[in-house]
Ligand binder design. Structure first.
Ligand code: ZN
Length: 145
């Protein structure tokens, strides 16, 4: 898999120093796995006054899955349900584009670094794993996302 080197650096940065990683014991809300690659993400979050707060996750797996979860944590923490829903929609659309769209950098920020993954169908599930865990946890917390 060949990705732009600048983008590769962003991904490796998040992989080596993941943001929002580390779950308080007993607070795991969702656990998602990508058996094709062996990636696992557990995630916990809270919604206060319509805003996502206290999002934390833990996981193991490939650099794409772990970096994507780290980036997701940055992008949805502190956002309202509507704002996070927009980011989720844009990212999902980008991942399903098979490389045909570039993505909206204003909305996706560091997640733009994962755009190249959409050309590799086998890796799209890696990139989406943390986001699907987030969506699941959001719904379990009563968000319409
Ligand atoms: Zn993976």
């Amino acid at each position: 898999m060949e990705l732009d080197s600048l983008y590769q650096e962003v991904i490796l940065d998040h992989y080596k120093k993941p943001h929002h990683k580390g779950l308080p014991a007993g607070e795991i809300q969702v656990h998602h796995v990508n058996p094709n690659c062996g990636d696992e993400i557990t995630l916990s979050l809270e919604i206060k006054d319509g805003v996502f707060v206290d999002l934390t996750w833990d996981g193991v797996g490939c650099s794409i899955s772990q970096a994507s979860a780290s980036i997701m944590g940055d992008l949805v923490s502190g956002k309202t349900v509507a704002q996070a829903a927009e980011v989720l929609r844009e990212f999902t659309e980008l991942m399903q584009s098979k490389g045909n769209i570039l993505g909206n950098e204003e909305v996706l920020e560091d997640a733009i670094a994962l755009a190249g993954v959409s050309k590799f169908p086998a890796r799209v599930k890696c990139a989406l794993l943390g986001w699907m865990a987030f969506k699941d946890a959001a719904i379990q917390n009563g968000a319409e996302i």
